[in-house]
Design a protein around this ligand. Structure first.
Ligand SMILES: [Zn+2]
Length: 253
């Protein structure tokens, strides 16, 4: 099956990748939703990720800022799975990279930011709930390190948060539209490390399939789309992706 998928990808011209938490677990970033997930283990973590609790309760915000300071993502490095998707772009095949991840490891690995569609935002930026201002997260974390427990916007006094989509918060319609549009242009749709259970993003699989794309799923656990996929590959993502994606260096020789 690996060889089959590899030949499909070799022959594809517009690959759209949808990545989820599973691609980052080999970089040491835990999967929040999985059976060993942070939310499953810590009910306060779930509260911190809910916009209503976050806006209403300074204690939830204080805990959230400490949590952001301690995030494993700050020291995480992209892995071989991320690198394989960079090869896809170097080979001129990557049409779009839709990601549910907020860690920016795709960009750190070398994918062009303009190819990456971050449907859940990014933890590397902050945003002000009051005025919508955005900037580098580290700038606010510096204030937390210096002793501010619940830093506020210096322009408007509003509540600051990470520039991510919390539970209870709307997705950004323009971003979702862009993701669906790209999915509809794929000739091969590669879903990697996503449980494909969160809508509307999971709907990108249907959009791509309706447009005639081959569907390849790489995930450790079964997904609701396995039945309609052309290929389903389990196992370690950081091992499987390099095996199905030829490096552009090799294919150009
Ligand atoms: Zn503000």
């Amino acid at each position: 099956m690996i060889d089959q998928v590899r030949s499909w990808i070799d022959g594809a011209r517009r690959v759209v990748v949808l990545s989820g938490a599973g691609i980052s677990t080999d970089s040491g970033i835990p999967d929040f939703r999985g059976p060993q997930g942070v939310w499953t283990k810590n009910p306060l973590a779930e509260k911190m990720s809910n916009i209503h609790y976050y806006l209403a309760d300074p204690e939830v915000r204080k805990a959230s800022w400490q949590n952001r300071l301690a995030s494993p993502a700050w020291s995480a490095k992209p892995n071989a799975g991320h690198a394989a998707i960079v090869e896809l772009e170097k080979g001129g095949k990557l049409h779009a990279l839709i990601t549910q991840n907020i860690d920016e490891l795709h960009q750190l690995a070398g994918n062009s930011p303009e190819r990456v569609i971050e449907v859940h935002g990014t933890m590397r930026k902050f945003m002000c709930w009051g005025c919508g201002m955005r900037g580098p997260m580290q700038r606010v974390l510096e204030r937390v390190r210096a002793g501010e427990e619940d830093p506020r916007c210096r322009d408007c006094g509003g509540v600051l948060k990470s520039d991510t989509i919390s539970f209870g918060q709307q997705l950004v319609p323009e971003v979702i539209d862009r993701a669906m549009h790209a999915a509809g242009e794929a000739d091969l749709f590669l879903a990697v490390g996503s449980s494909l259970q969160v809508y509307p993003v999971a709907g990108a699989v249907d959009v791509a399939r309706s447009a005639g794309a081959k569907i390849v799923i790489v995930n450790a656990q079964p997904t609701p789309f396995d039945e309609i996929a052309d290929a389903v590959l389990g196992g370690s993502i950081s091992a499987v992706l390099p095996a199905i994606i030829s490096s552009s260096r090799i294919s150009s020789h």
